[in-house]
Ligand binder design. Structure first.
Ligand SMILES: [Zn+2]
Length: 543
């Protein structure tokens, strides 16, 4: 078996012996990726390319003898992934076994999301991460460019989006930044050269404190506001009853869309509190005009108008699962399922044929403590919506690991939390037959490759099995982060409720492994010890 991640989907037939070429490897034919690999044109090539339209869209076939390799693919991505396989194996061990290696991905959408609003990261760091995505055969980079804490796209039409919305005051220190349109085009081209599409997200209508700080007339109250510094869910959202808002979005999208050629646009749509809409005469008038029964339907109306705008520009809309809450979201929109809190309405969309991207919080949120979102949990997750019938394969677009940066300030910490869990996501999304034990045997070779690329990686060996105290503390912190927007009494009640559920697990061992708070890293003994410690900590805090 080749020592790389993701594991090949196969079939793989090794024939004995190995190919141990000198580098740079001499090649013949056209190769748009030649500058990314140690290869050079040669009159006596050891590597040749072959077009084979019968292979799957992103698949390839690598045929290796002791003196040469032939790479066949149907198109650009297949050639790129075949080269990744060949050169990563050579980088890891200096040789590749002879044989025929066939490979193609399980899902068409394999993605990493980076939030650059909560903390802004320089373009070089973004490029470094995109490059690592490509090496793991991920084909999508979801760029979360707008939130309460900052707007990150240069706007020539709306300069206040940069003068005001891109910066915030952290107790007297001004922090932030934005990418110029030229930098964005540069990143998109860099990603495209690695077969990675860049999907921008402007989160709407919630998470818009930064936008409405610059343009207060776009929110219901019209009162001045600020770019937020703390994390949280803020009630100051775009007014859905104000025509000026729709005109603004149309103008803004006309400026933003040409920067991003990918066929998708992410409109966010999550965590939009309705308290302002309930009080706003314009929002209420809009609901009357269109016979909308409640504010969830008003959000569906807002999102549908936005989706119409985007579809007219040739884009397919993606939104977080909250866009489904009204039950009336247009069928073409793709839902990105992240929270079990939306399980009921998400489940109802399965029979309608809705397409999903899966980013389940307890398996894929890379900013979470690795004691909670474990390497094994990220590897093992299979797409499902609790309480729903099975999601049909054609409804699963793919998997994405989001990296939120409320708590992440430095590139070093960003990388340490991303790797190696992103490799687990990548193999989960690519490889048809997963095998976690086998994945672990290939991980050390990847550590060497990351080290060579200057990537900081989390030291899993030292941290896989937390003490009961560490595990319980991490669970408690995680719960507090999920509940930070609730009043203290509610949080306390929910902590007690969770402690009771833990106690029920202790009393009835058959429930072990079913509490979603626990990752699959823990053995039954560890789970019991952590649950007991969790109950003790909760009571100690609340009594
Ligand atoms: Zn309003």
């Amino acid at each position: 078996m080749l020592p790389i991640i993701p594991k090949l989907s196969g079939p793989v037939r090794e024939t004995g012996g190995s190919f141990r070429p000198a580098l740079p490897l001499g090649y013949a034919g056209d190769c748009p990726f030649a500058d990314q690999f140690p290869m050079a044109p040669s009159a006596d090539p050891a590597l040749t390319f072959e077009a084979d339209p019968a292979l799957p869209a992103e698949g390839y076939r690598l045929t290796v003898t002791e003196s040469a390799a032939v790479l066949a693919a149907a198109g650009k991505p297949g050639f790129f992934y075949g080269l990744q396989t060949l050169f990563r194996v050579l980088a890891a061990q200096g040789e590749i076994p002879c044989g025929v290696f066939e490979d193609a991905p399980k899902y068409p959408y394999r993605s990493f999301q980076l939030d650059v609003s909560r903390h802004f990261f320089p373009l070089d760091e973004v490029k470094k991460l995109v490059d690592q995505c490509a090496k793991l055969k991920l084909n999508t980079f979801h760029w979360h460019l707008s939130d309460d804490q900052g707007y990150r796209i240069e706007s020539k039409k709306f300069p206040r989006l940069n003068e005001i919305s891109s910066w915030r005051d952290e107790n007297g220190t001004i922090v932030g930044g934005f990418y110029t349109q030229e930098e964005i085009r540069d990143l998109v081209a860099y990603a495209d050269a690695r077969c990675v599409q860049v999907i921008p997200e402007i989160d709407l209508p919630g998470h818009t404190s930064a936008i409405t700080a610059a343009y207060p007339e776009l929110c219901c109250s019209g009162l001045p506001g600020k770019v937020e510094f703390t994390s949280g869910i803020f009630p100051r959202i775009l007014c859905a009853g104000e025509e000026k808002v729709y005109a603004f979005l149309q103008d803004l999208l006309e400026e933003v869309l040409p920067l991003f050629p990918a066929p998708y646009f992410h409109i966010g749509g999550d965590e939009a509190p309705k308290s302002e809409w309930e009080k706003c005469p314009k929002c209420q008038a809009m609901m009357q005009k269109y016979s909308l029964h409640d504010e969830e339907e008003l959000q569906a109306h807002f999102t549908a108008r936005l989706a119409d705008l985007l579809e007219a520009k040739g884009k397919t809309v993606i939104g977080w699962n909250e866009i489904l809450a009204s039950g009336k979201m247009k069928p073409s929109a793709i839902a990105q399922y992240w929270t079990d809190q939306g399980a009921e309405y998400s489940a109802a969309e399965i029979p309608k044929g809705r397409r999903f991207v899966f980013s389940n919080v307890s398996s894929f949120y890379l900013d979470y403590d690795p004691a909670i979102v474990s390497l094994k949990g990220t590897y093992s997750y299979d797409p499902m919506i609790p309480g729903g019938e099975a999601v049909q394969p054609e409804q699963i677009l793919g998997l994405e690991a989001p990296m939120w940066t409320e708590q992440i300030v430095t590139p070093r910490r960003l990388e340490e939390l991303t790797f190696p869990r992103l490799a687990a996501l990548a193999e989960n999304a690519w490889t048809k037959e997963k095998d976690y034990a086998d994945f672990l045997t290939r991980l050390p070779a990847s550590y060497k490759l990351w080290e060579a690329d200057g990537v900081t990686v989390y030291d899993w060996e030292k941290s896989v099995h937390p003490t009961a105290f560490q595990g319980a503390r991490a669970l408690l912190q995680q719960l507090r982060r999920w509940m930070f927007n609730f009043p203290a009494e509610t949080v306390n009640a929910r902590l007690l409720e969770q402690a009771d559920q833990m106690a029920a697990v202790l009393e009835h061992p058959e429930n072990q492994g079913k509490n979603p708070l626990f990752s699959s890293t823990f053995t039954p003994e560890e789970e019991r010890a952590i649950a007991a410690e969790f109950i003790r900590l909760v009571h100690q805090e609340l009594d």
